[in-house]
Design a protein around this ligand. Sequence first.
Ligand code: GLP
Length: 240
Amino acid sequence: MRIIVAEDREAASECAADIVERFVRSQPQASLGVATGSTTEALYAELARRHQQGGLSFAGVDVYLLDEYAGLDPDDPCRYCSVVQRALARQVDLRRDAVHCPDPDAPDPEGECCRYEHLVRSAPIGLQILGIGSNGHIAFNEPGSSLDSVTRVVPLSEQTRSDNAGFFGDGRPVPERAITQGISTILAAAELLLLACGDRKAAAVAQAVGGPVCEAVPASALQLHPSSTVILDPDAASRL
Ligand code: GLP
């Protein structure tokens, strides 16, 4: 596992963008796994800047979401699919049909999990972008998730729902369930890139990269991957 501590939050996003840019330029038809959350929004803004000013093209790229909330209207702006459309797809030249996400409200949720698992595995993902929850989750694999887990419907922890409440505003309740790629699905990507910023992430980061690989800290699974990079700002690295 390669750990990079950048000078500040902005430099961390730029460093992550360098890795994504190198990947997209070397594999223009690539499958890119994308995460959501405030941390990755800065990364996507930097990629959009590089598209507009540096000619970085995503025209041949397909993107695959890690996870999606259940129980939101299809046009709800908090849906991760909408977030990725807004923050990345519409800012660059991704094709309209290039954003792939699971549908947790499909009539047959188990069938939908199988469909998405198969889609992601057969893509296959060349580079997977990840964030980390303050409780050590990756995607929506909460503490206790099996390292062998695959795409499935999961309940969200109180910690995660409270951390993500700010995105919903107006006191709207955060969904209680989501669909998420499993840990083994994520580990099947050729390369992993985890970006974490802020002292709220420091304890989870320290456990993920310095502690034992265990189900209590889902992000510790990155230690099992042959090609994983963790990019931190000084606050997120403060407990290493
Ligand atoms: C959500 C997502 C995760 C993401 C996490 C971090 O819970 N499901 O994939 O890593 O948020 O979000 P933030 O960057 O807002 O802290």
